[in-house]
Design a protein around this ligand. Sequence first.
Ligand code: ADP
Length: 388
Amino acid sequence: MTSGVILTLNAGSSSIKFSLYAAGDEPEEQLRGEVEDIGDAQAYLIIEPDHGNKTRIAIGPADHAAALAAILDHAGDALGGRPVAGIGHRVVHGGTDYAAPVRLDDATIDYLTTLEPLAPLHQPHNLAAVRAARAAFPDAIQVACFDTAFHRAHPWVNDTFALPREWYDRGVRRYGFHGLSYEFISGELARIAPDLRHGRVVIAHLGNGASMCAVRDGRSVASTMGFTALDGLPMGTRSGQLDPGVLLYMMDHEKMTSAEIANLLYKQSGLKGLSGISNDMRELEASDRPEAAEAIEYFVFRIRRELGALAAVLGGLDGLVFTGGIGEHSAHIRRKVCEGMEWLGIEIDDAGNAGNATDLGTAATRVMVIPTDEERVIARAVNAALNG
Ligand code: ADP
């Protein structure tokens, strides 16, 4: 059993989220935080010990390597002189090959680099952090954990698009994302709701990014995200499902470039685009403007529609789990999603819902609120690698 420290990294274009765990039977969280505004004139390190008060420190301009150095400079107390024995990376795309975490070596990194066109807004930044961490810790074990991995056992019919076959072989598939969150929730269900272990469960991960996943026997059988993390539900700034004809219209008629369309679909759409107010659900719930109510209405409408579709894929429903920032905290959204869903066995207790209680269901289908913890899934994978 190793006594070292596990570092987890979740790197985006302008931020790196991190956490430190003590390795052991079950990794024990010491600290978590984030470097934000990477690439700007001034980056900031935010440290959050024990989910407590946050400290925000200006660290000057930083790339991913400098951000990592700043994290290590300031995390000295949490390290307590113990070496960083393993580093776990959130890597959005594992392609068709990886259905589980993988130890990172030159060949693996080369393969993951070839997947960059499949996730151009995430994968290059994930791999920048991998390279920085390998340079800073040449002796530590490095492990990649993939958002696609949990979905790799999808049946073919949910993995394909109705394009000519060669596109499937060329990797144009429905990969599905948020897999680390779904894996965590499935583990929690096995622990706190073992009656659902072999059941038909829909997990709704509703955060800035949002998707839903149908799980049976603890495995993903369908999800709302597809080839990229754009599909499915509307999100903070992402459009969600869109008729592909819209893209043709934008290109041919509006003469928009792919970069302009990408910016529109990833950054200007979703709750932000529909409301014209904010991508933040708290602000929309607090607003009395009709556009805010309409953005919420569309968000809820799509969740309910997907819930029906995923329940049909599963052939019924035994459990519905809410997670992610909105799923865990917004009683309003949960209430709206569950209204009139008696036909799916869904009824919820208002007092429990108002208090974000774990168990809300009062009818046949269990309805639960379970906080997700993607970092812990990564830390566990590194811990397992360290323990051989
Ligand atoms: P990310 O996908 O970036 O990890 P989160 O899972 O933290 O995001 O979710 C962020 C979303 O959760 C934001 O839209 C935020 O407004 C929403 N949220 C957080 N707390 C509440 C709350 N109490 N009520 C409504 N929405 C909330």
